[in-house]
Structures are given as C-alpha cells and as structure tokens.
Design a binder for this molecule. Sequence first.
Ligand code: 3AM
Length: 178
Amino acid sequence: MRLFFGLSLPDSIRREAQRRAGAAALLIPGRYGSAENYHITLAFLGDVPAERVGDASGVLTKCISDMPAPRLTLGDTAFFGRAQNAILILDVISDPPLAALHDSLVRGLDAKGLCFSPGPFSPHITLARHAAVPEDCLHTLTGPAVSFVPERAHLFLSARNEAGQIAYTPIFDAYFAR
Ligand code: 3AM
C-alpha cells in the first residue's frame, strides 16, 4: 500500500487554493490536479505491507497527540524543480514550523523499521505537475494569506480509483493535543 502522512484542508482553504490554481492555469501550462486531492504532505512512506498499517498509524498518533495544532497559512505560488518541467505549489507557512513534526515522524518510522523518503521537507500544496513556468509571472499570482488550524492529521492511502485516477484517501486519523 502506497502511504503518506498528511493534513487535509478545510473547504474554505481548498476553495482558495483552487482559485489560485485557476489563476495560475491562465499563465502556466501544466497538468493541474483535482482540488479533491489537495493536501499537505507531512512525510512520505512509500510502499508499506498491509500488516504494517497499524504500526504506521501508531507512529502518527505518538508524534502528534502531545503536540498543539499548528496554525497554517497559505503563502506564495512557487515551484520545485526546473522552470520548464516544474511542480507548481502553494507555499504553506506554519507556526510553529512543521519541520520538527516531519523529523519526529521520520524518526518514528525509522525506529519501527518502516520506510520513508529522506529528502528535504518543505510544506506545500501541489497545484500542478509538468508545469512550464514563464519568467516573471509568479509574483502576479497572489492571494489572501488565509489560515487554518487542523485538528487532526491522516495516514493517507494513495491509489488509483475506478476511473484510473490517483486518489488520496485518509485511512487513519490522529488528533493534535487540545
Ligand atoms: O503532492 P505532494 O507533493 O505533497 O509528491 C507526492 C505527493 O505529495 C509525494 O507524496 C504525496 C502523495 O503521493 N511523493 C510521492 N513519491 C515521493 C517520494 N519518493 C513523494 N515524496 C517523497 N518521496
């Protein structure tokens, strides 16, 4: 099972991200994802045997149940990779920063012998893949710095649905401290 830890978005934030994607699509060609799939990845596990889902869920619970929920704010439109074949994103600013949570999730996975992706971590919402970003256009793609405080995080399953499209489905929830 292809799994990752992440946060889902309230409808108001999802709509604003969709509006930002719509404005970007007028200037930036690319493969824009469905707003239903918008999320903030906390840590990517990769392929995990079904019998280890309980262990992965336990890592998520242990890492977030003592942590007060962060405040997350939509930031700039930006990209990862090369401008001609980029992943177009919305930056997400977190108070406190999410890097400590990412690190503790990765340490927890490692301690349980579960797989994870060791790369750099930068919280974001992916808007499009294979984007060709013209020079000097990102600064025009602004929007309000809307915020939210998630009450929980999810273990997501990434799998193709009946229509053959990738869908991200929460299969376990863990709650931040209140
Ligand atoms: O949409 P984002 O970028 O937040 O990019 C993939 C997506 O996150 C990321 O995991 C989420 C669900 O697929 N992802 C996929 N393969 C990855 C890998 N090998 C990966 N992240 C890190 N390493």
